[in-house]
Design a binder for this molecule. Structure first.
Ligand SMILES: *[C@@H]1O[C@H](CO)[C@@H](O)[C@H](O)[C@H]1NC(C)=O
Ligand SMILES: *[C@@H]1O[C@H](CO)[C@@H](O)[C@H](O)[C@H]1NC(C)=O
Length: 317
C-alpha cells in the first residue's frame, strides 16, 4: 500500500467517511517484520484510540491515519489500540464492554509497552477521546504529554441523532435501552454508550448511577488524584466538528453541555460548575494556556488531510 502522501483530499474524505461505517470485516493491514525502533529515539510516540463502530486496524480509517503519521513523522512509534483479541472483538467491545474495564486494560497494556516508557501523545477519536482522558486521569505512568480529542464527548451525549451506515439497527436497540433506563446497573455495565449518557433532566440519577462519565468528571466527589494527573498534560487539544450530526449536543466536544434541568440551552465549559469550582483542574489548565479549542468544518470525524496537517500534526512533531 502506498503512503498517504499521494492521496488526494477526495480519498481522505472517503477514508474519514469510512470511520463511520460499521462492523468492518475489511482486510487487516498485515505488517510483516515490523520496523525497528531506536531506543534513543527522541520522537514522542503516539497512541490512538478509535471511535464507536471502528477498530484499531481498518486500513481505511485508523490504519490510514497511522500510516500517514508514520510518513509525516519519520521514526515515530504509533500504537493503535485494539480492545480485545481481534478486530471483530475490538469493534464489538466499542459497544458492549464496560468502559472502566476497557480503560484498565489499556492502562496495563501501555504500562507494559517498552516504547512508551518515556511518555507518549494520545489521540482519541469520538468516544475514544473521553476514554483516553480517563487513562490520563487514572494512569499517570507512563505519562501522556499531549492529549488530542477529535470529536470526543467530554460531557457525554443526550441523544443519538444519527447512527451511521449499516449499523442503524444497532442504534435503534441502543436508543431503546438508553430511553428505558440508561442508569440501571444492568444497562450501565453492558452498554458503552450508556456510560457516557448524560441526561440533564435527571441530573441526580446521572450523578448517582453513571459508572464512567460521572466518575471521571468528578460529579460525585472530587478525586484529587484525577485533578493532579490531568494537570500533568502539557496540552489538552479538543476538536469540535462544526457540522456534526452524530453528537448531541456538539458543544460536548469542547467540554460544554446542556444546562441542567432542561434540554435546549447549552453552556460552555467556562460557564459550567465543573470549571467554576475547578473540580477537575480545567480552569487552572485554561489559565496556563494548556487547553486548545479547535474547530473543523464538516460532519463528525470528517476532515481533510490539509486540515490534519495544519492543525494536529504540529503537536506530533
Ligand atoms: C481516585 O483515583 C485513583 C486513580 O484512579 C484511585 O486509585 C482512587 O481510589 C480514587 N480515589 C477515590 C476516593 O475514589
Ligand atoms: C458548517 O457550520 C458552519 C458554522 O455553523 C457554517 O458556517 C457552515 O456553512 C457549515 N458548513 C457546511 C458545509 O454545512
Amino acid at each position: 500500500m502506498q503512503g498517504l502522501g499521494q492521496a488526494s483530499s477526495v480519498y481522505w474524505f472517503r477514508m474519514t467517511a469510512a470511520l463511520l461505517s460499521f462492523l468492518l470485516v475489511a482486510p487487516v493491514l498485515l505488517v510483516t517484520g515490523g520496523p525497528v525502533y531506536d531506543s534513543t529515539n527522541k520522537i514522542v510516540p503516539l497512541v490512538l484510540w478509535h471511535g464507536m463502530g471502528d477498530s484499531c486496524c481498518n486500513p481505511l480509517s485508523m490504519g490510514a491515519i497511522k500510516k500517514m503519521v508514520e510518513k509525516e513523522v519519520p521514526g515515530i512509534y504509533v500504537l493503535s489500540l485494539m480492545i480485545g483479541k481481534n478486530v471483530i472483538e475490538d469493534t464489538e467491545n466499542g459497544f458492549f464492554k464496560d468502559v472502566n474495564e476497557q480503560v484498565s486494560m489499556v492502562c496495563d497494556q501501555l504500562a507494559k509497552d517498552p516504547q512508551l516508557k518515556g511518555g507518549y501523545n494520545a489521540m482519541g477519536f469520538s468516544q475514544g477521546a473521553q476514554f483516553l482522558r480517563a487513562v490520563a486521569q487514572r494512569c499517570p505512568s507512563p505519562p501522556i504529554k499531549t492529549l488530542i480529542s477529535v470529536g470526543g464527548q467530554h460531557q457525554g451525549v443526550y441523544g443519538l441523532p444519527r447512527c451511521p451506515g449499516e449499523s442503524s439497527h444497532i442504534c435503534d436497540i441502543i436508543r431503546k435501552a438508553l430511553n428505558s433506563g440508561a442508569y440501571s446497573d444492568l444497562v450501565q455495565k453492558h452498554l458503552v454508550q450508556a456510560q457516557y449518557w448524560h441526561d440533564p433532566l435527571n441530573d441526580d440519577l446521572y450523578k448517582k448511577h453513571s459508572l464512567f462519565l460521572a466518575d471521571i468528571n468528578q460529579e460525585r466527589s472530587v478525586n484529587e488524584t484525577y485533578k493532579k494527573n490531568l494537570q500533568r498534560l502539557e496540552k489538552f487539544v479538543m476538536v469540535k466538528f462544526l457540522n456534526d450530526t452524530v453528537v448531541d449536543p456538539v458543544v460536548s466536544e469542547w467540554f460544554g453541555f446542556l444546562k441542567t434541568g432542561q434540554a435546549k440551552e447549552t453552556e460552555t465549559l467556562q460557564e459550567s460548575v465543573l470549571y467554576k469550582e475547578d473540580r477537575l483542574g480545567l480552569a487552572a489548565m485554561d489559565k496556563a494556556k494548556k487547553l486548545v479549542f479547535l474547530t473543523s468544518e464538516g460532519d463528525h470525524l470528517q476532515f481533510t488531510k490539509e486540515w490534519f496537517d495544519t492543525n494536529l500534526l504540529p503537536y506530533l512533531r
